[in-house]
Every structure is written in C-alpha cells, then in structure tokens.
Design a binder for this molecule. Structure first.
Ligand SMILES: NC(=O)C1=CN([C@@H]2O[C@H](COP(=O)(O)OP(=O)(O)OC[C@H]3O[C@@H](n4cnc5c(N)ncnc54)[C@H](OP(=O)(O)O)[C@@H]3O)[C@@H](O)[C@H]2O)C=CC1
Ligand SMILES: O=C(O)C(=O)Cc1c[nH]c2ccccc12
Length: 348
C-alpha cells in the first residue's frame, strides 16, 4: 500500500486563493459567480451537495411554483425564457438555473462542506476549512483549507430543517416527515394528516393533500399574515414594493391589510388572526415572509381543512393532544415547521 506523504505532512492541505471564496451554489451564489465571471474575476465555489440549487432540486414538493412573478425571481444578466409562464414551476426554475450555470461556466466544487470560516484580523485573510466527501468508497474525506481575502456566504436561509421538540413525537405510531421530504399527497390518499405549521410550505401542502383525497388538519399556533397572491391582477409582492417606495411602512401595511381583507375576508373567523405588526414591517424587522394564499383558504372555508391550535403532545398510538385539550387521532404528520440558516455554525 502506498502512503500519501503530502496528506500526512500537511493536514489539512492549504490552498492560497487570490479570489473570492463563495460558499453555496444556490441562486445567490450562482448570481455572484456570474457577475464575477463577467468582470473576469476568478473565484472558488464550494457546495455541500452534489448539484447546484440543492434545496430546489431535492427538497421541494412536486406542485411548487414560484410565488412571485418571474420578473422578480430572475438572476442578473439572464432573463427567464419568454415561453415561461408568469409563475414558473420549480422544474422550470431549476432548468433556468442549470442553463445559467452552464452559460457562465460555473463549476462548483461539489460534495464539499465548509466546516468553518475564520477571519484573521492580523493578516486580513479568511481561513476556510472544508471537507470533500469522495464518492469512491474507502477513501475518507479530503480536508482542505482555503486561504483568501474575500468570503461570500451564500448558503441561504433554508439550509437546515427545523424539527420541533414536541413531547412524544418520537413515539408517534404513524408516518412523520419534515415537509422537505414531502413530494405529493398521493401517498396520503384517504388518510388523516396533521400538518404542523402554516407557512407557505404548510399551506400549499394542505391544499395538495386535499387535492389527493386526504383529510388534513392545520396547526396554527400563533398569529399569521395570509395575503392574496394577487390583487386585481397585480401581484401583492409588486404592489407592496410600489407602496413601500412611496409611503411610510405603517401606511403601506395598512393598505396591504385592507386589500387582503377585501379579497380574502376576515381570516380570524377561520382561526387565523393577524399579528399586531403588519406584514411588511415583520418582513423588514424579522425577515418573516407573509403567507401567500394559493387556494388553501378556500378549502378551509369549504371545511376540507380543519384548523387546530398548537400541539401539546403526541400521545399513545396515533393520538395528538392539542392546546385546547382536545385529543384527535391522525395517520400521519407533516412537519412544515420551517428552515434555518447554518451560517452561525460555520462562520466563526
Ligand atoms: N413557492 C414559493 O415561493 C414558496 C416559498 N416558500 C418560502 O420558503 C421559506 C420557508 O417556508 P416554510 O417551509 O413554510 O417555513 P416558515 O418558517 O415560513 O414557516 C414555518 C411555520 O411553522 C410554524 N411552526 C414552527 N414550529 C411550530 C410548532 N412547534 N408548532 C406549530 N407551528 C410551528 C411557524 O409558526 P410561528 O410563526 O408561530 O413560528 C410557521 O408558521 C419561506 O421564506 C417561504 O416563503 C415556501 C414554500 C413555497
Ligand atoms: O420573496 C420573499 O422573500 C418574500 O418574502 C415575499 C414577500 C416579501 N414581501 C412581500 C410583500 C407582499 C407579498 C410577498 C412578499
């Protein structure tokens, strides 16, 4: 057997890069890479997954479409094809991103997880430690340290799934998944499904479950801002941007809430009260995205989706105890409880 002396002598291997180090090959990382490329600036791009835009490729449900019209979602220097609809499907979005990466010759180092990125004040340099998993069996991770002057953190807000710590969840007898593993309601036909969380993912999965003949319930534990996707044919997002440019935030919020009320009616009657702070204020101050209704509200109104309060605990078998004391039985649980960034873990 040959002993690799360079590995044992310099572990981890250090590479000096006279260029930015981009962490993450999602839409933001790709956009940065394309702009650098256009200026003739080289870069190194490190990506944990084995493909670009892994969240879009591996963790989205089948029916997902962009929630904003396409002109607000395209990356710099390349528009969406004219043939795309106003709200492209996630498959179309992935095709666009693949085409974008090819056009700008973006070649990330895949299967490479950044473990830490440290800024050294004295030298003014970043030390970025990464581990590359090899697909060939037997050879372990290759640990590298990239040293350079610029770091771009582009791992997004949704790198890790959030799984709530609800008592008894591990003992629940039915199937439990996080929404990142949900593809379609086909697997749930005829089943009682509890969807925990009423963000954009939860709301759309509820609709999908209805469309596939399941019997879902939605946990709403707190106040929530649901807005229509469009008002009088104009996207609420565009409208909000226009209002925010011209008016103070509080007034823009009042108008958005009034329009939402005119289109959607009083949602408190459906068990969904609005937070005291407006949707635009919450986006500005907490980065909290408003929920855009894609049809779930109509199904709640029709009685196809039950709205229930917070889950207190999962009991014996397949029972669930709710905050209001009710105990209900479910066949399956979908945790649509969100995602979080992992930047604080590796940017030290
Ligand atoms: N087509 C598109 O463009 C889509 C975009 N998205 C985006 O992706 C991002 C992630 O969305 P999403 O996956 O919905 O995650 P979010 O973080 O937006 O929503 C998570 C939801 O789960 C609730 N929750 C968390 N823990 C619990 C618990 N223990 N019990 C009850 N409820 C709980 C939260 O409630 P609380 O507010 O009380 O914490 C919140 O309503 C967002 O930016 C969203 O807009 C998602 C789907 C489709
Ligand atoms: O694209 C996002 O990240 C969003 O959060 C969408 C969004 C931000 N502000 C809004 C106002 C009204 C409707 C949607 C949004």
């Amino acid at each position: 057997m040959r002993i690799d002396r360079t590995d044992s002598l310099f572990s981890p291997r250090c590479v000096w890069v006279n260029s930015p180090i981009i962490v993450g090959a999602g839409p933001s990382g790709l956009a940065v890479a394309a702009c650098l490329r256009e200026q003739g600036v080289p870069y190194v791009m490190l990506e944990r997954a084995d493909c670009i835009a892994s969240l879009w490729q591996k963790r989205t449900y089948d029916r997902l479409k962009l929630h904003q019209p396409k002109q607000f979602c395209q990356l710099p220097r390349m528009t969406f094809p004219d043939s795309y609809p106003e709200y492209p499907t996630h498959r179309q979005f992935i095709d666009y991103l693949e085409h974008y990466a090819t056009a700008f010759e973006i070649k990330p180092k895949f299967n490479t997880t950044v473990q830490s990125a440290r800024y050294d004040e004295t030298s003014g340099l970043w030390r970025v430690q990464s581990a590359t998993t090899s697909s060939s069996s037997g050879s372990g991770d290759v640990v590298m340290e990239y040293i350079g002057r610029w770091l771009v953190a582009a791992t997004g807000e949704n790198a890790e799934t959030v799984v709530p710590d609800i008592p008894g969840l591990e003992g629940f007898q039915g199937k439990v998944i996080h929404v990142s593993d949900y593809k379609s309601g086909e697997a749930y036909r005829g089943q009682r499904v509890l969807v925990v969380g009423c963000g954009n993912s939860g709301m759309e999965v509820l609709l999908d479950l209805c469309d596939h003949g399941a019997c879902p319930a939605m946990v709403v534990r707190d106040a929530v801002h649901v807005l229509p996707r469009e008002v009088l044919g104009k996207s609420t997002f565009e409208l909000a941007v226009l209002l925010m440019r011209r008016l103070p935030l509080w007034l823009a919020d009042r108008i958005v809430i009034l329009l939402a009320w005119l289109v959607l009616g009083d949602l408190a009657r459906l068990g969904m009260r609005r937070p005291a702070a407006g949707p635009l204020e919450l986006k500005e101050t907490h980065g909290r995205t408003p929920e855009l209704d894609c049809g779930a509200l109509a199904r709640i109104r029709a009685g196809d989706i039950d709205v229930v309060p917070a889950v207190k605990s999962f009991g014996k078998g397949a029972s669930v105890e709710l905050a209001d004391g009710r105990v209900l039985a479910f066949d399956a649980v979908v945790l649509a409880t969100g995602y979080r960034s992992n930047v604080p873990q590796w940017l030290v």
